[in-house]
Write a protein that binds this ligand. Structure first.
Ligand code: ADP
Ligand code: MG
Length: 577
């Protein structure tokens, strides 16, 4: 009931179409109800009048019937077309809402939800909702009008016989309701299993390179089989329930006819019913049973639609963890002073990754973070664009707490180059332009030049319009990295985060890319997470970070002189080269 209440507001923009749809639906039902009455008129005309009168009346009757059917046709057209479109529009609106919400979620949401599941919500759940949105009210409406109408007409023909019929209908209703709950559970299970298939497929296809290079096809096939079979099992349970439901209902339908046959025969024998009445009665039973069936089947649609809507509202009622304050300001004219003050951070309820970190970087200066893998370097950097919020302490840019400004303005001042570069399916130009969507072609070319990419792009068959392939599959690691660098050149932010930007590359590309990165960091406050210490020798400050916090800080010379952890790392890497 609560769910239905939440559902109703979605009709609001379509109230006109909705009401007219219901109006057409009621006209449809009334015409169907009127039909047997026509037969009665026809009989009295044909058997009671003179042939001449019959002929003239026949014409009028035919005309009336044709008008009736034309109206019925128009109503049916409207209900089928506009009614469905109303559902589709609602679906499309909800899909947009859901998409926006997905995009608004903070990283913590993506850490704990898988994309396959999100996809199935966007596609199949919403389709079920749309079907319900359109057919639901209309089916209820048509059915109720027909049931009530035919019931009254049945009563007028014979009261005791109709009461017998009602007894059967009540039994049928009890049966349907008892089956309902069980069926709903199987539908919701179906949905979950489909989401499982989606996420399995997405995982395999997303990692297809890894799969192939480790010849993991068999393992992947096995994993897929598991979710595929789980879905089949779930369908099995579902169809068994449905079979029970439908065949049970058919049985009750049969019982209704038996009831009428026996009761009708009985009343005819007693002289309380005419043959004509019984014939018309049988016609009305059809009109009566049909909507009862529709209602019964509707319960199935209702279960599906509500299960989908429940999952939809679940997402819509989850608020993104990180939202702008109501009075959030725009961050403006950033010089690039960064301060971490007593910052602690933990992922969810896990143990703290960062404890009491203090860090100050002057505008335009560079700080390098080194330390063991898992020490929290990436985490530390992801606090600056507010991918996650600090658990304690604060992060400031130019003295302003980043929680006091809008996320959009904050992120517009920060450029990030990471180890993994994500390229969108599209052209080289589109991928570079992602750095600043309103950039002109000249600016894009300039950015490509700054990233030492121009020569390469010009050697491509279609230049800037060359397709990069899915996730940039047609480019090398170094080329992808340069596109990422060009993006940041285009964005031109005062603050730069380089998170092991070159560590996935071979030594030679690394050296070249490093030159571009050095060029990129000129005049920007830069936080570099370095894998290879040779790249950070010139940093204004080097910080050694491990699980327990900041171990050492100072410039290269100072730290070497100190002869601590940094000196040890440095010696190790020297030895390795
Ligand atoms: P580094 O970049 O220094 O290698 P990270 O900042 O990536 O280290 O990770 C620090 C710790 O936080 C690790 O123990 C890692 O397992 C954990 N961690 C990283 N990302 C997440 C996440 N999204 N959810 C939960 N734990 C995470
Ligand atoms: Mg890292």
């Amino acid at each position: 009931m609560k769910l239905i209440k939440k559902f109703i507001p979605y009709y609001k923009p379509y109230i006109g179409v909705f009401l007219f749809d219901l109006f057409c639906a009621s006209v449809l039902s009334i015409i169907d109800l009127a039909f047997p009455q026509f037969l009665r008129i026809l009989r009295s005309t044909l058997f009671l009048e003179e042939p001449k009168v019959i002929l003239s009346r026949l014409g009028i009757l035919a005309l009336a019937l044709i008008v009736m059917y034309v109206i019925r046709y128009l109503c049916r057209y409207y209900v089928t077309y506009q009614g469905h479109m109303m559902g589709a529009r609602m679906e499309s609106g909800m899909r947009k809402e859901l998409f926006d919400r997905y995009q608004a979620f903070s990283f913590s949401y993506y850490d704990t939800h898988n994309t396959g599941e999100m996809m199935s919500k966007l596609v199949s759940d919403l389709f079920d909702i749309s079907e319900l949105a359109h057919h639901g009210p209309e089916n209820i409406f048509i059915s109720v009008v027909k049931i009530v109408g035919s019931f009254i007409l049945l009563l007028r023909i014979n009261v005791p016989m109709t009461l017998c019929l009602v007894a059967v209908v009540i039994c049928m209703a009890f049966f349907s309701i008892s089956q309902n709950k069980k069926m709903r559970a199987t539908f919701s299970d179906n949905r979950k299993k489909i989401a499982g298939i989606n996420s399995s497929l997405q995982d395999t296809l997303g990692g297809i390179r890894v799969v192939k290079s480790f010849t993991g096809e068999a393992i992947e096939a096995e994993k897929f089989d598991r979710s595929n079979i789980a879905f089949l099992d779930s369908k099995n349970a579902n169809y068994r329930r449905m079979a029970w439901f439908h065949s049970g209902n058919n049985f009750f339908e049969g019982l209704m006819f038996v009831t009428v046959l026996v009761a009708g025969g009985f009343f005819i024998a007693k002289g309380q019913l005419t043959g004509e009445d019984l014939a018309i009665y049988a016609l009305y039973i059809n009109i009566f049973i049909n909507p009862v069936n529709v209602l019964v089947e509707f319960t199935e649609q209702l279960q599906k639609g509500l299960a989908g809507f429940e999952r939809f509202t679940e997402v819509m009622e989850t608020m993104p963890e990180i939202v702008d304050k109501d009075d959030a300001r725009e961050l403006k004219d950033v010089k690039g002073v960064i301060d971490y003050e007593k910052v602690s951070f933990a992922y969810g309820d896990e143990e703290a990754v960062l404890k009491d970190i203090d860090l100050h970087v002057e505008a335009g200066k560079s700080v390098a973070i080194v330390g063991p893998s898992g020490g929290g370097k990436t985490t530390l950097c992801s606090l600056l664009p507010r991918f996650y919020d600090v658990t304690a302490g604060s992060v400031k840019i130019d003295g302003t707490d980043i929680r006091d400004v809008t996320q959009k303005s904050l992120r517009s001042f920060i450029g990030i180059v990471q180890q993994d570069v994500y390229l969108f399916n599209g052209t080289v130009k589109e991928n570079i332009a992602y750095g600043r969507l309103d950039a002109t072609m000249d600016e894009i070319v300039e950015a490509a030049k700054n990233a030492d990419l121009l020569e390469f792009i010009e050697s491509l068959p279609n230049g800037f319009d060359t397709q990069v392939g899915e996730r940039g599959a047609r480019l090398s690691g170094g080329q992808k990295q340069r596109i990422a660098i060009a993006r940041v050149f285009l964005k031109n932010p005062p603050i730069l985060i380089l998170d092991e930007a070159t560590s996935a590359l071979d030594n030679e590309s690394e050296r070249y890319i490093q030159e571009s990165l050095d060029k990129l960091s000129v005049g920007r406050t830069t936080i570099t997470i370095a894998h290879r210490l040779s790249t950070i020798l010139g940093a204004d400050e080097i910080i050694v970070l491990d699980e327990d916090g900041i171990k050492e800080r100072g410039n290269h010379k100072e730290l070497i002189k100190k002869g601590g952890l940094y000196e040890k790392y440095y010696r190790m890497q020297l030895g390795a080269v």
